[in-house]
Design a protein around this ligand. Structure first.
Ligand code: NDP
Length: 492
């Protein structure tokens, strides 16, 4: 264990309770030594001949070897999706499509413990989160879109909705199964077939999902999973057989993808980064707000595009909020993702840890004041202690750039106008939080904040019926809700 002692003030921080370890058993997960590509309902060897190990970020242990698809493999997967689209899937009765989606949802529920353990093993997130958030929400997305599959005429009255064809979908490593569900459920409900590429550091739940696809007896080729790195993603984007590209990930790659599809007629949705403001007014219920701040930035180690990574506190309550926040940070337990008591798990990859460290060093150099509660980090694996920066100027990199780690930057404001100005002073526009007891203030703030999702007196709440997406450099298009069907349809 490495001792972290980086407190730069003397505020009393309670030490975390000592809990006996409560590890979730790994027994429920059976890992293959090696995984191929899932194309046309079968496991196939990659024509590229390439495999790479996927590694547990908490222990650095290799978990399994995973195929790296080359251009030819991506081509075979797209052809298989096209064939499935043309030979049945787009024509079957919508009520039948709904049944498959319901089946997938039910199987995800039945196998949720297995999926949750695998998600935490491969990605490093605490089992409490994969068990209580990722899995229930993944199943809920399939249930929700199953409900729409035979009601598309009602969703888009008088517009004669039709499926597009083959969707190429690329997902990141922060919510591997949940992002897969956000992508696959609406695509299938609308009558499309898919080729999905998971992130290279977290492919395992997508590969286990192939087992669910088979168990649900989904026709071969409706869902194809090609693993690999960014090159496979780029091949999928440019493949002429793809009618629609859906991407979640970094803004830089999103821009590259937008350039690649320009002029091709492919439909595109981009869900990119964020630097959300979580705004606390002086009439907010402070203890609840502190829970919201914690959940906003330390949930999933801060690997969350809509994380509340900029805290805006009204000046009159600044001291009080910061004291409460530091106390609460001292109770967070960092460590083994499979331990049911863990609040903050492992950083997803060595590269991401380096990026977090670089931005935190920049924050210290630029003059912000850092606070980390005393905590013990395991020797092996990739870890970063929950961190808060005070004395932050808007121009600092830690106030401008997406850190994508457990690092919060605090700014203050005096008036609602100043809060709006500071909150909107970012190239992003994905989400925001507002904490106040006044409903009228919530509504006026929500109208003026340039963010796709605005939470009031809560944070990081998700529901399949609620659309999610951004403005500006956070991307365009919406996922979730009826809005989430539209990018997968054409209208006659
Ligand atoms: P990327 O945007 O690189 O990765 C997202 C997905 O896109 C992965 O499946 C990746 O493959 C794939 N990909 C990479 N390059 C290309 C390409 N040229 N064409 C098509 N697909 C591609 O994110 P990173 O993992 O590199 O993370 C970097 C930063 O991005 C993070 O620090 C964070 O700030 C931000 N991010 C934002 C997310 C969000 O939800 N908004 C999610 C993840 C990251 P592979 O991983 O296999 O290389």
């Amino acid at each position: 264990m490495t001792e972290i002692e980086k407190r730069q003030d003397r505020s009393p921080v309670p030490s975390a309770f000592d809990y006996a370890p409560a590890p979730e058993s790994r027994e429920i997960v059976t890992l293959e030594d090696r995984y191929g590509l899932f194309i046309g309902g079968e496991w196939v060897e990659p024509k590229s001949g390439e495999y790479e190990a996927t590694i547990s970020p908490a222990t650095e242990e290799p978990l399994a070897e995973v195929a790296y698809a080359g251009p030819e493999d991506v081509g075979v997967a797209v052809d298989s999706a096209r064939e499935a689209f043309e030979n049945g899937w787009s024509d079957i009765a919508p009520g039948e499509r709904a049944k498959y989606l319901y089946r997938i949802a039910r199987i995800l529920q039945e196998r949720s413990r297995e999926f949750a353990v695998l998600e935490s093993l491969d990605g490093g997130k605490p089992i409490r989160e994969s068990r209580d958030v990722d899995l229930p929400l993944s199943a809920a997305h399939f249930f929700y879109y199953a409900g729409w599959a035979d009601k598309l005429e009602y969703a888009f009255p008088n517009r004669n909705p039709k499926p597009l064809g083959v969707a190429g979908q690329i997902i990141p490593w922060n919510f591997p199964l949940l992002m897969l569900s956000w992508k696959i459920a609406p695509a299938l409900a609308a009558g499309n077939t898919v080729v999905l590429k998971p992130a290279e550091s977290t492919p395992l739940t997508a590969l286990l999902f192939c087992d669910v696809v088979r168990q649900a007896e989904l026709p071969p080729g409706v869902v194809n999973i090609v693993t690999g790195d960014g090159r496979a993603g780029a091949e999928l984007v440019k493949h002429p057989g793809v009618d629609k590209v859906a991407f979640t990930g970094s803004t830089d790659v999103g821009k590259e993808i937008q350039r690649a599809v320009a002029g091709t007629g492919k439909k595109l949705t981009l869900e990119l980064g964020g630097k959300a403001a979580n705004i606390i007014f002086d009439d907010a219920p402070l203890d609840q707000a502190v829970e919201g701040i914690i959940n906003g930035i330390y949930f999933n180690q801060g690997h969350v595009c809509c994380a509340g990574s900029r805290l805006l506190v009204q000046e009159s309550i600044y001291e009080q909020v910061i004291a409460k926040l530091k106390r609460r940070m001292g109770t967070l337990r960092v460590g083994d993702p499979l331990d049911k008591n863990t609040d903050v798990g492992a950083i997803n990859s060595r590269e991401q840890l380096e990026k977090i460290k670089e931005l935190v060093a920049a924050g210290e150099e630029e003059g912000a004041e850092i606070f980390q509660p005393p905590c013990r980090l395991p020797e092996k694996g990739w870890w970063f202690a929950p961190t808060v920066f005070t004395n932050v100027a808007q121009s600092y990199r830690i106030a401008q750039e997406e850190i994508f780690g457990p690092v919060l930057s605090v700014l203050t404001f005096r008036t609602p106008d100043e809060a709006i100005e500071k909150a909107n002073n970012t190239p992003y526009g994905l989400s925001a939080g507002v904490w106040t007891e006044k409903g009228s203030r919530i509504l006026s703030m929500a109208q003026r904040l340039r963010a796709g999702v605005i939470w009031a007196n809560t944070y990081n709440r998700f529901d399949p019926a609620s659309p999610f997406g951004g403005y500006k450099e956070s991307g365009f298009g919406r996922e979730g809700g009826r809005h989430g069907l539209e990018p997968y349809m054409r209208f006659e």
